[in-house]
Ligand binder design. Structure first.
Ligand SMILES: [Cu+2]
Length: 113
């Protein structure tokens, strides 16, 4: 009887874990954005290719404040402090170059296909 009780407890706890995992999985699936890390005063990767309708998220890991500013003015993150994120969707195909307002040498490119 003790063994049966242990079996039931194992079954119940694995069902609980399945329920928790089942609940968290769709949340992770929603976030299909391509990550660009800002670190060492550079965008990494510098060039990313995404499908039309895709999203890019930039995360600033530097202590310095950076911006993600499109050269054509189509988007601008404003000041990103350490740990801040900026998200941008790209609905149509084309290439968009961007840079950091605070550091002119920081450049990146999004290729939308
Ligand atoms: Cu910068």
């Amino acid at each position: 009887m003790k063994k049966f009780g242990l079996f039931v407890m194992t079954l119940v706890s694995s069902m609980f874990l399945t329920a928790v995992f089942g609940f968290s999985a769709p949340v992770a699936a929603e976030d299909s954005a391509v990550l660009v890390t800002i670190e060492g005063s550079s965008f990494s990767p510098e060039v990313v290719t995404i499908k039309a309708g895709g999203e890019v998220v930039w995360k600033n890991k530097d202590a310095a404040t950076h911006t993600v500013t499109a050269d054509d003015g189509s988007f601008d993150s404003g000041a990103l402090s350490q740990g801040d994120e900026f998200r941008q969707k790209f609905p149509s195909a084309g290439a968009i170059t961007y840079s950091c307002d605070n550091h002119a040498w920081m450049k990146g490119k999004i290729e939308v296909r």
